[in-house]
Write a new protein. Structure first.
Length: 226
């Protein structure tokens, strides 16, 4: 992961400098933007190099949600939201829009860097063969999903949730177990975020969405059905 470029978007210059200093210590390259409009400008100029975006929610000109929406129209680049808000509904909203990770201010810069490294490991560090699950083809190396040969766009969290389900094919998984294994940082929010992600995944899988079965009172199970 050395030399991965991270775009840090925050309207507070002191916050950007703090994050940048800690990332540079770990040999990351850092680009900066002080508002939403600048973030999109820097992103479009450097999209081939940027490996991850740290995106503040509350910013002038264009807020983080708007930036996130525009980037998600064309990219599944890992995005971690930085927010002073601790409201559960805000986190659910972010996951709905395609946020891969959340960290609330104030935070420890060391913890932030650790989360960045973990997120990148999950994104670009996975190596594996291509496996087929009843017409759902998962390439763990490229982190891609194809249904009947056609690639399906998924956010990192959607991909990880699907991968966890197929890796445990035939096993009923509780919502708590899914949260602990897919949302890796002791996520204490509402488990409805799982239901929301499952709904999206089923839609993207089309007819093969039926492979994800709701286990009433428990959670979910993935099982290929003829």
């Amino acid at each position: 992961m050395n030399n991965v470029t991270v775009l840090v978007v925050d309207d507070e210059s002191r916050m950007r400098k703090l994050i940048k200093d800690f990332l540079v210590q770990k040999e990351f390259k850092v680009l900066e933007a002080e508002d939403g409009e600048k973030a999109l400008e820097v992103y479009h100029e450097n999209k081939k190099e940027i490996g991850l975006i740290l995106l503040d929610v509350m910013m002038p000109k264009l807020d983080g949600w708007s930036v996130l929406r525009q980037i998600r129209q064309e990219s599944k680049l890992p995005i971690m939201m930085l927010t002073a808000r601790g409201e559960e509904q805000d986190e659910l909203f972010g996951f709905e829009l395609g946020v891969d990770e959340y960290i609330s201010k104030p935070f420890s810069p060391k913890i932030l860097v650790a989360r960045v490294e973990a997120l990148l490991n999950r994104t670009i560090g996975n190596q594996g063969e291509i496996k087929d699950y009843g017409g759902i083809e998962i390439n763990a190396d490229g982190r891609t999903v194809k249904v009947d040969g056609k690639e399906v766009e998924m956010s990192l969290r959607e991909y990880e949730l699907l991968k966890y389900l197929v890796d445990n094919e035939g096993i009923a998984l509780s919502r708590d177990k899914i949260l602990n294994n897919v949302w890796n940082y002791d996520y204490y929010g509402d488990s409805r975020t799982i239901d929301s992600h499952i709904k999206k995944i089923r839609h993207k899988l089309g007819k093969k969405g039926k492979y994800i079965e709701t286990m009433r009172g428990v959670g979910y199970k993935f099982e290929v059905k003829k």
